[in-house]
Design a protein around this ligand. Structure first.
Ligand code: HEM
Ligand SMILES: *[C@@H]1O[C@H](CO)[C@@H](O)[C@H](O)[C@H]1NC(C)=O
Ligand SMILES: *[C@@H]1O[C@H](CO)[C@@H](O)[C@H](O)[C@H]1NC(C)=O
Ligand SMILES: *[C@@H]1O[C@H](CO)[C@@H](O)[C@H](O)[C@H]1NC(C)=O
Ligand SMILES: *[C@@H]1O[C@H](CO)[C@@H](O)[C@H](O)[C@H]1NC(C)=O
Ligand SMILES: *[C@@H]1O[C@H](CO)[C@@H](O)[C@H](O)[C@H]1NC(C)=O
Ligand SMILES: *[C@@H]1O[C@H](CO)[C@@H](O)[C@H](O)[C@H]1NC(C)=O
Ligand SMILES: *[C@@H]1O[C@H](CO)[C@@H](O)[C@H](O)[C@H]1NC(C)=O
Length: 328
């Protein structure tokens, strides 16, 4: 009797552990047998791309973010098609790096065909991009599979926008299981990359509408430079650096900039300067502004959390052959 119940308990433990494994557990060594050179293959491709264009690091990092917030990290952002996520408002004429992802995928396929998901490639490329820009590194969790659908409506509703106040952005992060620490640390990604006039032009001129700028929120010396770049009715696709202090370097200057009224996006500056920031994000901005180690550590942890948003695992989804289309 006693041994039977012990036996039953052992089975219970075994089955629980199997369920846990089947239930969306990503691991760092997922491809260590099936694609042992994966990390060096991806690193080489990212390095090539960043050497050709420094900004590409930022663009690849942003792609992983825009993937994970919409239907989880399933490479849905990479799917071509007029109803895809690429033409959703936050991505249209703005998300970039798709050719680089193609090049990485081609290189990976030539070594280990049909093994590695596009979603995992995005996660590794994001890590490498941050590292190559001078930022922290972390062990990337792997084992995601690729989704079968894109979600344009989801991209329009789930991704935070540059005119949104702290509370709205926090809600969007909470919707995917991320908290206030993640909001601020991940916003530090804006220490690299560019933003187009379309995303901050509203701060530069006094329109008669509701978007009159608050001069206390934007450094006066920056205003004139940005007004020249982004005249009313000018080309809204022209870009400026998100971090004017150290453009392509991944450091904590983004947070120092916010304290000095030098955030480019209104949503950036809100993290420090708005009423809503006082009891929420402002103190975290201050912490990171003079503690690079803490910022790097928190950023790495938040990236791992973001990479864990609703992955497809087991036999869900597929391993896409071409990141732009679902397998036929
Ligand atoms: C917190 C809310 C966020 C908002 C409102 C926001 C908004 C934006 C906007 C409007 C741009 C400029 C796009 C353009 O003009 O083409 C941008 C660029 C960028 N964002 Fe964010 N973002 C947020 C969070 C994040 C996060 C969490 C990451 C990554 C972890 C990220 C990474 C980037 C990068 C690297 C760029 C530059 C991309 C490039 O140069 O190609 N952002 N973001
Ligand atoms: C995306 O941008 C293109 C080119 O600027 C534009 O013609 C198209 O209407 C935009 N698509 C959406 C869905 O906004
Ligand atoms: C698209 O995203 C929205 C918001 O997350 C979600 O409610 C909806 O179920 C998704 N649709 C598809 C087809 O995945
Ligand atoms: C913030 O969220 C509220 C409530 O959902 C919404 O009414 C408002 O338009 C949002 N603000 C912006 C700037 O998107
Ligand atoms: C956010 O979550 C992390 C763990 O994922 C935790 O360490 C941190 O304290 C949380 N931050 C807040 C503001 O709750
Ligand atoms: C907008 O108008 C206010 C009040 O007249 C002024 O203080 C501010 O400097 C103006 N901003 C710009 C960008 O011209
Ligand atoms: C960048 O920030 C550093 C540290 O705050 C400061 O010493 C330096 O003057 C800044 N450089 C520029 C170009 O703003
Ligand atoms: C860190 O920065 C905050 C905000 O600027 C400031 O109040 C604090 O004194 C600084 N701490 C140190 C140790 O420099």
């Amino acid at each position: 009797m006693k041994s039977l119940s012990t036996n039953g308990f052992a089975w219970f433990i075994t089955i629980s552990m199997l369920c846990l494994l089947a239930n969306s557990q990503l691991t760092t060594n997922f491809y260590s047998n099936s694609c042992p050179n994966l990390f060096s293959i991806v690193r080489k491709q990212v390095l090539n791309a960043v050497k050709t264009e420094t900004r590409m690091a930022a663009s690849l990092l942003r792609l992983h973010f825009h993937d994970c917030f919409v239907n989880g990290c399933d490479a849905s952002v990479l799917l071509d098609g007029s109803d895809g996520e690429k033409t959703a408002l936050p991505n249209n004429n703005s998300a970039r790096g798709f050719e680089v992802v193609d090049a990485i995928k081609t290189a990976v396929e030539s070594s280990c065909s049909g093994i590695v998901s596009c979603a995992d490639i995005l996660a590794i490329a994001a890590r490498d991009s941050v590292l190559l820009s001078g930022g922290p590194s972390w062990k990337v969790l792997l084992g995601r599979r690729d989704g079968l659908v894109a979600n344009q409506t989801g991209a329009n509703s789930m991704l935070p926008g540059p005119f949104e106040p702290v509370d709205n952005i926090t809600l969007k992060f909470q919707a995917v299981g991320l908290n206030l620490t993640d909001v601020v640390s991940l916003s530090g990604a804006h220490t690299i990359g560019r933003a187009s006039c379309a995303t901050f032009g509203n701060r530069l001129f006094n329109f008669s509408g509701t978007n009159a700028p608050d001069s206390t929120l934007l450094d006066a010396n920056m205003v004139s430079g940005l007004q020249n770049l982004c005249p009313v009715n000018g080309d809204s696709s022209r870009v400026t650096d998100l971090d004017w202090n150290s453009t392509d370097l991944f450091d904590n200057h983004y947070f120092q900039n916010l304290i000095n009224g030098r955030g480019i996006l209104e949503s950036d500056q809100f993290l420090y300067s708005s009423d809503q920031a006082v009891s929420t994000t402002r103190s975290i901005v201050e912490l990171y502004s003079n503690n690079t180690k803490l910022f790097f550590n928190d950023f790495a942890n938040s990236m791992i959390k973001m990479g864990n948003i609703q992955p497809l695992t087991g036999s869900a989804g597929e391993i896409r052959k071409n990141c732009r289309v679902v397998n036929s």
